[in-house]
Design a protein around this ligand. Structure first.
Ligand SMILES: [Zn+2]
Length: 109
């Protein structure tokens, strides 16, 4: 008899691991950027494999393209016409948001 995969359990574990990895990335982004990026990379791989979404507030913490976490030295945040423009200084990828996301402005304090 084949062993059934418990997809619900898999997703729960995946979510937990993603949360854990992103927390670590957050912790290390000011100390070791490469390590923080690696954590984001793993979290993203897990999220794709198990089709678990990364929470929206966490998704704003790193570059979608090169996966480097945003810090004051890796990203530039500008507000123009009520829109937030985040430029990744590592790869030059630009993201625009129609309104001000709360955590972008509060997390760097
Ligand atoms: Zn980037």
């Amino acid at each position: 008899m084949p062993i059934r995969r418990d997809r619900k359990l898999e997703k729960t574990i995946a979510k937990e691991r993603i949360g854990d990895l992103l927390e670590r990335a957050e912790k290390f982004r000011k100390v070791d950027l490469e390590l923080a990026r690696r954590y984001v990379e793993i979290a993203r791989k897990i999220s794709m494999r198990y089709r678990v979404k990364i929470p929206e507030d966490k998704r704003l913490n790193f570059c979608k393209k090169c996966l480097y976490p945003y810090t004051s030295s890796t990203a530039r945040v500008r507000i123009r016409k009520n829109r937030v423009i985040i430029t990744c200084l590592k790869c030059g990828y630009v993201r625009r948001f129609p309104k001000v996301p709360k955590n972008v402005l509060t997390s760097e304090k």
